[in-house]
Design a protein around this ligand. Sequence first.
Ligand code: MN
Ligand code: MN
Length: 465
Amino acid sequence: MEEKVSSAKQLEEELFYQAPNVLDARPELKDEAWAYCEEYRRFLNRAKTEREFIEEAVILLKQAGYQPFEPGKNYQPGEKVYWVNRGKALLASTFGTLPVGQGVRINAAHIDSPRLDLKQNPLYEKGELSYFKTHYYGGLRKYQWTAIPLSIHGVFVRPNGETVRVRIGEEEGDPIFTISDLLPHLSKEQDKRPLSDGVKGEELNLLIGSTPYPDKEIKNRVKLATMQLLHEKYGITERDFTCAELEIVPAFSARDLGFDRSMMAAYGHDDRVCAYAALRAEIDVKTPAHTTVTCLTDKEETGSDGNTGLASAYLPDYLRYLAKAQGEEPLAMFANTKCLSADVNAAYDPTFADVFEENNVARLNKGVVVTKYTGARGKSGTSDASAETMAFFAGILNEHGVIWQTGELGKIDIGGGGTVAKYVANHNIDVVDIGVPLLSMHAPYEVAAKADIYMCYLAFSAFAE
Ligand code: MN
Ligand code: MN
């Protein structure tokens, strides 16, 4: 009897698969994982928008010896280049020993995150208070953006091309901004609204001032006083908001989370947790076999359209430049290329367990999540990685001791989502999604586990090698 039990147990171990906790499977990695996360935390606090991410990324790339990419130039193995697309997207490569016709290794992550943008005519006064009208960007739950500290980041651009940078609400001593919500004493009617309309888009008005201009003859005295301050600080008039991109983001810093400090809470883990890992893996690779193409892209959260998003031609155009410079056939290069679409997925939330399917959900601390397909309902709008592509990536991850799991976004009929994977796959390239599982995805404060964050970096490094 005893023998039977133990042999069944042995059989179970041999035949079944249970994703291990990273901290059980690779305990020796804890110190380096925590150290990596500390560097990521600091980077994240400087890079809260796509423009800021590019600025910080370029600093790191230059430090690592990257040169601006010159189309047409034939680069040698080990040479490193970068190319910035309109300040909001970036391509970086380390040239490999193999000709690019044998395929490159693309790692594509997005660096835009859900946020509130200023409208074109944002400034107004009501009830002797001044406000900015906002228009939300990406899929967010509007009620989560009220009654929290917010900061303003972005640029005004003058007709001569000169850029005035805005970043206010982040430094100690800076003022912050906020969106007011009703007090519970008076929210009886609002409380009857469905949660999706709890706070409406046109109610996301940013409170920015309350001091009136001293002249009582003027009609909008608070608006004028606020505009005067903006004019003094940034040299702008009201009309200049039309030539600006100003983004409202949470003024929180990224912080360690939990008594054990095993997690990190931050604004914009989606998708900077993958983008930073992709950038670090790109910088750390020396002379790979296949040329790397690290793509940090914009506009994923609004569907990848626009010339800084991955539905545009900027990535395939860059690939064609690489092929042309080596006298290779671009079409063959595309067909031989592998792409890792680096993006986050939902982690199992025990408090809201109902929306997840227990057998196919990613969990915190179980490693990077390899997402075969995204989409909605009947896999609508997904690229669905082939079994061969899955085997290719699983092979790399296993060979390098990377702990990984699979995950679907949630129960089939509940919702869905997408990534940049399909836009790359549509160029006849093999793609799969790999990234970090998150709690509270798209919330002002998202949660990731440090073990998973580090596994993501190890996965991307293994792929770049
Ligand atoms: Mn994402
Ligand atoms: Mn997202």
